[in-house]
Design a protein around this ligand. Structure first.
Ligand SMILES: [Mn+2]
Length: 618
């Protein structure tokens, strides 16, 4: 409000005094920018000092970066479903006229080389209002040219490794959108056109899923007609959702390779050849790029980590977790080699067109968005294909903190129906585990007709979900018949081990291991899995750990931390003495002075006695 008043005061001043004001504001902005830049470069230095691994370190680590990346574990939420679809606390005055106007206003150097855009202070109010339209900084996006430059964020070995393009099949790039901003949509398209070898790019297909914005109609058709690569806009007559819109694009595609992108991406050099060459070698590979981060406030391009793969938690929400041990070892031999991933984020991947249809394309009964990435991941793996991440292919994706989309029928209903379908078709016994602990999905279970998908699974003679867990994701933290699943209760106090509620990042709960009052109803917070190799773990890939060295602290504290596959997270349990012994130190899990747990020399004392109470999970 103050800024607006100041602005109108300036307008009333005489021309010469206005010039003085302008000069002052220019000087002020310049110094503000300098301070920001100095602060940023300082932060970059301090952050990179804190880590030994350069793998996930961002090119430019902004303040917001912490929300996405940390030392280990899960840090990026690729799904948009975490946001309540229409949770506008102070709905700004967004008129139809404003929504339908294209405010694209490029300034030559804004966002250059992936740099952040700085909005001058007198425009902040307008900026905040516009933010609500797409849930990202539309004003910043609209100032960046469609062909902005980006850094080559690939590893040096990727940059020097040349891909032989001769004989490689060409791709149709399919981009589905619904009321996307002009600048983000077309920057996606221009980055594809500018940074793909022409011989590998057959065409671009834009699928408009019933957008209502005026500028996405005629003006879009006219713009794409001028592009040097054949580009078509396909339009659905009514809102059909991501899955059916992608299917429409896939059926129309003329290229041999389907490459799906979200409508707010930016491709970097080398992105396409690294994907296509893998599919050309083996048509059953589904290949994903490394997904970098376009900051939703500043539009800075931030390099993401390469040492994570995709998986899911007990609620079937997609997550990034630290790569499994075997893959890390294999990767050390050649960091440019693609690595397998249990699941894909879903927005960005390439696969052979014929293979896509042979293995059942998409489940057309899935509505709008969500769960289709797990469905495709399970199906590809269980039916003989593979899903992998190509580290030499980097594509930036605009991550938002909430979803701008409307979900007809409500976000929960749509998502849980889709996930119920995934569970019913692909997860065998583990569907019971999912429904047991996710009542919102269980309520929708009987409404799903999945016969045709089960027939598909039969026809393709796909493997079991147990095979998938054992072979594709051996580090998983799901319950299984060969392992304990249930509560860990102190025989001294009768209390139960509970997962911390404090979160080290968006998703992964880390903190002290504590015991609290046991709940009567099965409660996921108090459920733990103990694998045959002695790892005590729970949802979100966190494990019982004792990071303090035995000699430095007399009574090392026990913590719950990201599972690492190291010996420090191994325990053994004795049904005779009820002791939980920490393998690497030989000490025993003991109740401490308060709720927290510690390690102590094993004495058989009642404070070291634990009851492992199995809970049926299917
Ligand atoms: Mn997206």
């Amino acid at each position: 409000m103050d800024i607006q008043l100041l602005d109108s005061a300036v307008e009333m001043l005489a021309p010469c005094r206005r010039r003085v004001w302008r000069l002052w504001s220019v000087l002020l902005s310049v110094s503000a920018i300098t301070v920001v830049l100095l602060w940023r470069s300082h932060e970059e230095v301090t952050t990179s000092d804190e880590t030994e691994r350069d793998d996930w370190v961002a090119v430019r680590l902004g303040r917001d970066q912490k929300e996405y990346v940390d030392h280990r574990g899960v840090h990026v939420v690729v799904g948009h479903y975490m946001g309540e679809a229409n949770n506008l606390q102070n709905p700004p005055n967004l008129t139809e006229e404003l929504l339908n106007s294209n405010m694209f206003d490029p300034r030559p150097n804004q966002g250059k080389d992936g740099q952040p855009v700085v909005i001058p202070s007198h425009e902040l109010l307008k900026m905040q209002q516009l933010f609500h339209i797409n849930r990202f900084n539309l004003m910043a996006s609209d100032r960046i040219p469609l062909n902005r430059s980006l850094p080559d964020v690939r590893k040096k070995r990727c940059q020097s490794k040349s891909v032989n393009l001769t004989g490689l099949p060409a791709a149709t790039v399919i981009i589905v959108f619904h009321n996307e901003a002009w600048s983000t949509l077309l920057r996606t398209v221009h980055s594809v056109v500018n940074r793909s070898p022409r011989s590998l790019l057959q065409e671009v297909l834009l699928v408009d899923d019933a957008s209502t914005r005026a500028f996405l109609k005629e003006p879009l058709d006219q713009h794409v007609a001028m592009l040097p690569v054949p580009t078509r806009v396909l339009r659905t007559h009514e809102r059909v959702g991501l899955v059916r819109a992608r299917l429409l694009g896939a059926r129309e595609a003329r290229g041999q390779i389907l490459t799906f992108l979200d409508a707010h991406c930016e491709c970097t050099v080398g992105w396409l050849e690294s994907l296509i060459s893998r599919v050309a070698e083996d048509r059953t590979r589904v290949v994903c790029p490394v997904i970098d981060i376009i900051n939703d406030d500043s539009f800075a391009y931030v390099r993401s980590f390469e040492l994570h793969w995709g998986a899911f938690n007990w609620e079937l929400h997609f997550r990034w977790y630290t790569l499994g041990g075997g893959e890390i070892k294999r990767r050390k031999q050649d960091i440019t080699e693609p690595f397998r991933t249990p699941a894909m984020a879903g927005g960005l991947f390439a696969m052979d067109k014929d293979y896509f249809f042979e293995i059942g394309a998409y489940d057309e009964q899935m509505e709008i968005w969500g769960g289709e990435n797990l469905e495709l991941s399970f199906r590809v793996w269980q039916c003989g294909g593979s899903v992998e991440i190509a580290p030499c292919s980097h594509v930036g994706h605009l991550f938002r903190k909430s979803s701008p989309y409307t979900f007809p029928g409500g976000v929960g209903e749509v998502l849980y129906s889709n996930l119920a379908r995934v569970a019913l078709v692909w997860m065998d016994d583990w569907k019971e585990f999912y429904f047991k602990f996710n009542p919102a999905a269980a309520r929708l279970r009987d409404r799903q007709s999945v016969r045709s998908r089960l027939e598909l699974r039969e026809r393709l003679q796909c493997k079991s979900f147990e095979w998938y867990l054992d072979n594709v994701w051996p580090q998983h933290f799901m319950p299984k018949d060969d392992r304990f699943f249930g509560k860990i209760r102190s025989r001294e106090s009768g209390r139960c081990l509970q997962k911390p509620v404090g979160k080290g990042s968006i998703n992964q709960p880390v903190g002290s291991a504590t015991v609290v009052t046991c709940t009567a109803e099965p409660n996921l917070l108090q459920m733990f899995v103990m694998s045959p190799s002695g790892v005590i773990m729970t949802d979100e890939s966190v494990c019982l750990d004792a990071p303090e060295r035995d000699d430095s602290a007399r009574q090392p504290k026990v913590r719950i931390m990201a599972c690492s596959g190291t010996g420090r997270q191994k325990w053994s349990y004795s049904e005779q003495t009820f002791a939980l012994r920490h393998a690497s130190s030989g000490l025993c899990l003991s109740t401490g002075p308060d709720e927290a747990l510690i390690l102590q020399a094993c004495s058989g004392h009642i404070g070291q006695q634990w009851q492992l109470e199995s809970v049926p999970w299917k």
